[in-house]
Design a protein around this ligand. Structure first.
Ligand code: UDX
Length: 435
């Protein structure tokens, strides 16, 4: 298999065995397969394209600057490059979109290929199929090896046969394959991510309600999830969803719905709820610190959008941290994987980056946990109490054990875990979170 990227520097790194992203297990996997000659990296499309049974387009589809729609310029560029190299005499190639794309992209790629090579006939000399990916960062290999489903959008028996053969090893191990038309496959991806994002926003709203009703969102989520129609996953309340997929794909779904004159109220609201939640979390910290954070030192633990990745795209930290700094707080932050990358991110200007959770917490007035890395779960409450100057622990991922922290003399505030009470010392007479 040949992996091609136009970024020559990245390809050079990969050829040297350096993986430019943090993804558990990926380095070993690449090393093993490159070492065995099964995997090569190139900075341009080569002769393999003409001989390939399938060519996957897996380039980025960022949100366009001028709208919520996806930018297809990289996809189209890749498709044009493939079109130039197709050679039916050397074999019929299936062009497969793996990138998350708007509905209708497979058929527009087909047209693009024909425009570039009028002599080629779709469905005879080449095919275009859609095969969306559902990999989560941090568990991408496991998700690939044991997918809940493999969705393939095809037109014609040849593309179906090639994809069936390709995925047969996963299918044999029990992962179902589903074949559908191309537009449906494209839409399944956007609908899946929008639905999961909606589930997260739903539980976040319920967490707010739990706080006002003195209920516990963790138990509530367990109770909800036991209903098999709902299911237990993606019901963890937190500071809002981020990452390279949920926000972008929800935006893309709304853009497509608009284009087709369809209301997507639920998804639009999901996006709005999530955006405002990130701001509300900064306000929550301020309220819990007595309504003013100016001059106070806040330890931030974790800035990635979730653990086991170094990705900070759309992370809640990108809103919460700058807002705390704008309010006058002195932020010392630590992330197990992203501290180095984050230093150059303009939103984090003014942050003091430190080398450990302990260093961040030393002499801090409060600690705010933004990402549920395992190493934070295992922090000793006693040690935290020794390091911190103030008693406030704001756990926006419900990753810490309230009882341990309270026994160590700290004030614990989770998300949706009973009533959030501002510190009595600062807000006498109030027993409800003001925001
Ligand atoms: C997601 C999809 O899960 C995956 O199928 C798709 O291919 C790519 O997008 P990913 O972005 O890696 O994967 O992360 P995911 O684990 O889905 O989490 C997305 C965001 O939702 C994170 O910010 C996470 O913290 C948040 N989240 C998730 C919650 O706040 N609560 C939950 O219960 C689950």
């Amino acid at each position: 298999m040949a992996c091609v990227d136009s970024n020559a520097e990245r390809i050079r790194q990969l050829q040297e065995g350096h993986i430019p992203i943090f993804e558990p297990g990926l380095e070993e996997l690449v090393e093993r397969n490159a070492g065995a000659g099964r995997l090569v990296f190139r900075d341009s499309l080569g002769d393999e394209t003409a001989r390939a049974d399938a060519v996957f387009i897996a380039v980025g589809t960022p949100t366009r600057r001028d709208s919520q729609a996806a930018d297809l310029s990289f996809v189209n560029q890749a498709a044009r490059g493939i079109a130039e190299r197709l050679d039916p005499k050397q074999g019929r190639t299936v062009i497969v979109t793996k990138s998350t794309v708007p509905v209708g992209t497979a058929s527009s790629i087909e047209k693009l290929v024909v425009a570039a090579r009028p002599e080629l006939r779709p469905g005879r000399d080449f095919d275009v199929a859609s095969n969306p990916e559902f990999l989560r960062e941090g568990s991408a290999i496991e998700d690939f090896m044991q997918p809940a489903r493999v969705i393939c959008g095809t037109e014609g028996a040849h593309a179906e046969r090639v994809l069936r053969e390709l995925y047969a090893p996963l299918n044999v191990r029990g992962s179902p394959m589903m074949f559908t038309d191309r537009a449906t496959a494209e839409l399944i991806k956007l609908a899946s991510n929008s639905f999961l994002a909606m589930k997260v926003s739903f539980i976040n709203e319920i967490a707010d309600l739990c706080e006002q009703c003195n209920a516990d969102v963790q138990d509530l989520a367990r109770g909800l999830g036991l209903d098999q129609r709902i299911g237990p996953r993606f019901l963890r309340a937190g500071p809002g969803f981020g990452g390279s997929c949920f926000p972008k794909d929800a935006d893309a779904l709304v853009a497509i719905a608009r284009e087709h004159g369809v209301d997507a109220h639920l998804v639009e609201t999901t996006i709005r709820v999530n955006d405002s939640r990130k701001h509300a979390m900064a306000e929550r910290v301020r309220a819990l610190m007595g309504g003013c954070v100016a001059g106070k030192r806040i330890a931030v633990l974790g800035v990635t959008f979730k653990p086991n990745t170094d990705d900070i795209r759309e992370a809640p930290s990108l809103v919460i941290v700058p807002e705390l700094i704008a309010m006058g707080a002195l932020v010392a932050a630590y992330d197990p994987a992203a501290s180095a990358n984050a230093r150059s991110v303009s939103a984090f200007q003014g942050v003091l980056w430190v080398e450990s959770a302990e260093a961040a917490m030393r002499e801090a007035d409060a600690v705010v946990l933004l990402t549920e890395w395992d190493e934070f779960r295992s922090l000793s409450a006693q040690r935290m109490a020794e390091l911190l100057r103030g008693p406030i622990v704001v756990d926006l991922r419900n990753a810490l054990e309230p009882k341990d922290l309270q026994s160590a003399g700290l004030q614990y505030y989770g998300v949706g875990r009973g009533r959030v009470q501002p510190t009595p010392a600062h807000r006498p007479g109030r027993d409800r979170k003001p925001d």
